[in-house]
Design a protein around this ligand. Structure first.
Ligand code: NDP
Length: 401
């Protein structure tokens, strides 16, 4: 029985809090804090209506470390779950250190003025968390998160050695809008417009954004075009699995989405540096975010499924083998259960599971941890029991792409 403080009342925070309320045996008291109190109150009302559980709410600007420390001291949680934006990661980690509490997030720290997608800033907290006897768990969403656990599971149970790893992220959902992003637009568009990068024979290979494409037939979705991209779990996978010769990340995009993105990029709307407009500075990407639908509003209209997984090739008992581990998640079912579509659901459920494993002591340690460093078995078991069942399929070797 443990108290948890969740920061961030967006799509992911809402799912995580709903799922925590459905897991009363672990989460005895839940408090949700966010920049705007009315968002917390709306989530609290939905949690009450769907589960009967009353959660606490608080208004918090998590960029303000002393305000977060004061809230942590008032709530006295055993764990802070950071589901605000990557910009807040370091401020919330500082607050956790000052207040003496464990930490979990789903995305690596990002400076506002530079798209980096790297763990260096958070890995630099290793000694401070270790010395304080606290645990910080990084990247506990789906990707990063579950994809790293699928890899650890493959390494533990399916292959003696992994040679290549491909992460395939397919969103086969349709929300009915000409253009909208499925999670925070600013972070989402930064990710898609960054140069592609993959790991091969001990080095990063860079290329233009969204230039390499493959068609793949996704179970329960159908054939989709997927594009080579950089994604943050590549960095931790390359660090913790130096044996893997090639690691790539692929994400599906429809032609209409890419056309909108290309136009927005060409006219400068995806820029993250300030420009002067009518006598004041604005960041074009932040202005674009204000025009686009909020990801949390897409739930009622989204139909279709997501299919995210890992394909690993390697050796088992001296034979070449290829294994595909994946989850299929239905947007409408996710919405019926939690009031959010599958992109938020597939991130919020793993955050709840990571939190539960930390609170029950099944995952414990001192210092800063990535998902690759922890035992995959209890996490894989909870995925099956809490709404994200997975399958393992053997594919023909060698891999076709
Ligand atoms: P949203 O934009 O929907 O929600 C973010 C929430 O954080 C909003 O409620 C926002 O408040 C709040 N917030 C922003 N700034 C602050 C602040 N300074 N203090 C307190 N609260 C703040 O994003 P998502 O829910 O889609 O994403 C949440 C996180 O999950 C992001 O870090 C995202 O990168 C990550 N993510 C990870 C994935 C994975 O698989 N690992 C996949 C998808 C997302 P307000 O409503 O007032 O703006």
């Amino acid at each position: 029985m443990s108290k948890v403080l969740v920061i961030g009342a967006g799509g992911v925070g809402s799912v995580a809090v709903h799922k925590m309320a459905m897991c009363k045996e672990v989460f005895s008291h839940i408090t949700l804090a966010s920049r705007r109190i009315h968002k917390c109150e709306a989530v609290a009302a939905s949690v009450k209506q769907r589960t009967g559980v009353t959660i606490g709410t608080a208004e918090l600007d998590a960029d303000d470390v002393s305000a977060t420390v004061a809230l942590i001291r008032a709530v006295q949680p055993a764990l802070v779950v950071n589901l605000a934006l990557p910009y807040q990661d370091l401020a919330i980690m500082d607050a956790c250190l000052e207040a003496g509490v464990n930490y979990l997030d789903t995305a690596n720290y990002e400076p506002r003025d530079e798209a980096k997608f790297e763990y260096s800033w958070q890995w630099a907290y290793q000694d401070r968390f270790k010395d304080a006897g606290l645990m910080a768990l990084l990247g506990c969403g789906f990707d990063p998160g579950v994809t790293s656990v699928f890899t650890t599971y493959t390494h533990k149970h399916l292959l003696d050695r992994i040679d290549t790893l491909d992460i395939l992220d397919c969103n086969g959902g349709d929300h009915g809008h000409p253009f909208a992003t499925n999670f925070n637009p600013e972070i989402n568009i930064r990710e898609e417009t960054a140069p592609s990068r993959h790991w091969e024979n001990g080095q990063w290979i860079e290329g233009p954004a969204l230039a390499q494409k493959q068609t793949f037939d996704f179970d329960q979705v159908g054939p989709r075009n997927m594009y080579l991209m950089y994604h943050e779990e590549l960095e931790s996978l390359a660090k913790f699995y130096p044996e893997i010769k090639r690691i790539r990340f692929w994400m599906t995009f429809g032609d209409a989405y890419l056309k909108h993105l290309e136009v927005l990029q060409n006219v400068g709307m995806t820029r993250i540096d300030p420009v002067m407009f009518e006598g004041r500075e604005i960041i074009p990407l932040q202005f674009l975010k204000a025009l686009l639908p909020e990801p949390s509003s897409l739930g009622p209209t989204t139909r279709g499924k997501t299919n995210i997984g890992t394909i690993a090739t390697g050796e088992k008992d001296g034979q070449q083998k290829t294994f595909y581990v994946n989850n299929v998640c239905d947007h409408e079912a996710a919405y019926a259960e939690t009031g959010s579509q599958a992109v938020s659901y597939t991130t919020g459920v793993p955050a709840m599971i990571g939190a539960a494993l930390m609170l029950t002591g099944q995952w414990k340690g001192e210092g800063v941890f990535n998902m690759e460093q922890l035992d995959p078995d209890p996490f894989m078991d909870m995925l099956n029991r809490h709404g994200l069942p997975w399958q393992v399929k053997e594919l023909p070797s060698p891999l076709a792409f």
